[in-house]
Design a protein around this ligand. Structure first.
Ligand code: NI
Length: 226
C-alpha cells in the first residue's frame, strides 16, 4: 500500500532545505549502492557525514515525530537518518530493490527496512520526468508529489526513478523499521485507527469508542515487537 503523507515540511523549512542543498557537496550516488543497483544508479547523493545532511535530517525527524498520519501508518520503531539525493537532466535510477538490512552509519546498529520513504523537496513544476515508479499490486504507480509531501511504500517493492528531462529533482529518502513487520497487519491497524478517529469526530463520547480503542491497542500489543 502506498501512503501519501502531505505537508511533512511546510514552506519555510522547505525553502531553507533547498538553499542549503544548493550549496552542498554532492557525490556520485553509486558509492552507496549495492552491486546490482550500482549498474542502474545515476544520481548524486550527500555523504552520511555531511553537515547539511545531518542538520536537515534532524529537521525531518522532528517533523515526522509530530506527524500523526506518519505515526499511524508506519508505527515506527527505528528510522534511519534521512539521506538526500539530486537528479539533474539525464539522471535516473533504474529498476532496483532496496536492501533488507541497512547499517546505521558510524554505529554497530542495523535497521530492517520495512518501509521506504521519499520526501519530495522540489516542486513538480520545476522539473520534468523524475517520477518514482513503484511496482506494487497489479498496476505500477508513478508518484510525483508536491514539495514537502512524502510517499511511504513497502520496501519489498521493486521501484525506479524515471530520467529527469528538465530541471532538477531534490528529495530526501530513508527507511523505517516498523513495530509491526507484517504489512497486512500494519495496514489493518492503520485502517482501524482511521475509522476510530472518524467515529470519534462524528460521534464524540460514544461508549463504544473506548472498546474499539481497546481492541486497537490489544491488537497492537499482540503484533508489535519493540
Ligand atoms: Ni530504492
Amino acid at each position: 500500500m502506498l501512503i501519501h503523507v502531505p505537508e511533512v515540511l511546510t514552506q519555510d523549512p522547505l525553502q531553507q532545505a533547498r538553499e542549503m542543498l544548493l550549496k552542498a557537496a554532492w557525490e556520485d550516488g553509486r558509492g552507496s549502492a549495492g552491486y546490482l543497483s550500482q549498474q542502474v544508479k545515476r544520481n548524486q547523493q550527500l555523504p552520511d557525514s555531511d553537515p547539511v545532511a545531518r542538520k536537515l535530517g534532524e529537521l525531518i525527524l522532528l517533523a515526522l515525530d509530530r506527524n500523526a498520519l506518519f505515526t499511524s501508518a508506519a508505527l515506527p520503531l527505528k528510522i534511519l537518518p534521512p539521506q538526500f539525493n539530486r537528479y539533474s537532466v539525464g539522471e535516473s535510477y533504474g529498476r532496483h530493490i532496496d536492501g533488507a538490512i541497512r547499517p546505521v552509519a558510524g554505529t554497530v546498529h542495523r535497521v530492517r527496512t520495512d518501509l521506504s520513504a521519499t520526501l519530495f523537496l522540489s516542486a513538480p513544476e520545476d522539473y520534468d520526468g523524475g517520477e518514482l515508479r513503484i511496482e506494487e499490486g497489479l498496476t505500477p504507480r508513478e508518484v510525483k508529489f508536491p514539495a514537502g509531501d512524502m510517499v511511504l511504500y513497502p520496501s519489498t517493492s521493486v521501484h525506479r526513478v524515471n530520467p529527469v528531462t528538465r530541471g532538477e529533482r531534490l528529495a530526501s529518502f530513508f527507511w523505517i523499521q516498523s513495530m509491526v513487520r507484517d504489512e497486512t497487519k500494519r495496514i489493518m491497524l492503520f485502517e482501524m485507527d482511521k475509522a476510530i478517529q472518524n467515529l470519534a469526530a462524528d460521534m464524540p463520547g460514544h461508549a463504544s469508542l473506548v472498546d474499539l480503542a481497546g481492541v486497537y491497542h490489544n491488537l497492537l500489543r499482540a503484533w508489535a515487537d519493540v
